[in-house]
Design a protein around this ligand. Structure first.
Ligand code: PHE
Length: 338
């Protein structure tokens, strides 16, 4: 061993560390140079047999070798550990994830779901019908006379000679009655279409919730009880209600139900137009002619039906003053219903 071979070893150490890229490589480097039986220690052993005049210089060079090997080892070890925490692709796995924006139920859907839950708890099942209907289901079976103004092009969207967009959910009553036998207790939610000028108060499409109960001995008292229970659950237990006589071709007698304005509690405000009352639905006892149209015996069964609009009630509930806002899907509005 001489000064030259020590310097050569220092160069070898420097080139070896260049080739270390994994923890295993680094361990091999350590075993080669830094352990007790490694090259560095072996060379120190050689110091004992070296000529005494060479020892000071040799010792200095050997110390340099040991320092270099240890330093290069420590630096490489730190580099490899840093690489591990950022992963090989350089992805920092410790950064918190990004939240995905989650949508919410549209206020109309929310109101419809709440109403549906209430009627379900009273024993009603849900039935659905098509939005494209024919004259029989939408008008004829519901006892509309042939010259009834609702059949006019002004009110109804006709698709062709026989097909039309349903103007109310009442045709689903006909479908339910023709598909099953009494007792019937169903609600029928859905979209309806009317050819109306679009304004802040009316739209060409809106939502209704229809109800139908048919059995022996169903009375108007049961209709009133059911709707009063619904109103208290949906609008709050202090709500007042009144049934006014009305007319529909498919119910006799017919009524409309008003509830006390939930904004001013009946005192009179802009929403209820100072009357203190809000009209929420039409209802009545199923007309015998409707039973005949679906093949039921009006002498054996009676029934009641009701139909309420969802959209106007939703507007009132949230104090929205333009019905068009419900259908524009402006996220600035929808965001407020989280
Ligand atoms: N179909 C009626 C409407 O659209 C509402 C209604 C349904 C009335 C059931 C009585 C019974 O106005």
């Amino acid at each position: 061993m001489n000064i030259h071979s020590v310097n050569e070893t220092i160069e070898k150490v420097k080139s070896d560390i260049q080739h270390v890229s994994t923890a295993e490589d680094l361990e091999l480097f350590r075993l080669k140079y830094l352990v007790r039986k490694g090259i560095v220690q072996q060379m120190f052993e050689g110091l004992k047999t070296a000529a005494s005049e060479e020892r000071p210089l040799l010792g200095k060079a050997l110390n340099e070798l040991r320092k270099t090997a240890q330093q290069l080892y420590d630096d490489k070890k730190r580099d490899l550990e840093q690489l591990k925490t950022t992963s090989r692709e350089g992805i920092d796995l410790t950064i918190p994830g990004r939240r995905r924006p989650v949508g919410t139920k549209h206020p109309v859907t929310q109101a419809l779901d709440d109403m549906t839950d209430i009627f379900k708890s009273m024993g009603f099942a849900v039935a659905l019908g098509p939005e494209i209907e024919d004259d029989f289901h939408n008008f004829e079976a519901l006892n509309f006379p042939p010259d009834h103004p609702a059949r006019d092009m002004q009110d109804t969207f006709f698709l062709d000679k026989t097909a039309l967009l349903r103007t109310h959910t009442s045709p689903v009553q006909i479908r339910v009655m023709m598909n099953r036998k009494p007792p019937i207790r169903h609600i029928m939610p859905g979209r309806v279409y009317r050819n109306e000028a679009i304004s802040a108060r009316s739209y060409c499409m809106f939502h209704q919730l229809e109800g139908l109960a048919v059995d022996e001995n169903i009375t108007f008292a049961e209709l009133k009880g059911t709707l009063a229970t619904f109103a208290k659950k949906f609008f709050g237990s202090t709500v007042k209600y009144v049934f006014r006589p009305s007319f529909f071709p498919f119910t006799e007698p017919s009524a409309e139900m008003d509830i006390s304005c939930f904004l001013c509690k009946g005192k009179g405000c802009r929403v209820c137009k100072q009357t203190g009352w809000l009209e929420i639905l039409g209802c009545g006892m199923v007309d015998p002619n409707v039973f005949k149209a679906v093949g039921y015996d009006p002498e054996k069964v009676t029934g009641y039906a009701f139909g309420m609009g969802i959209d106007r009630t939703t507007l009132l509930l949230y104090g929205i003053d333009d019905i068009r806002m419900l259908y524009e899907n402006d996220v600035r509005l929808l965001n407020q219903f989280t």
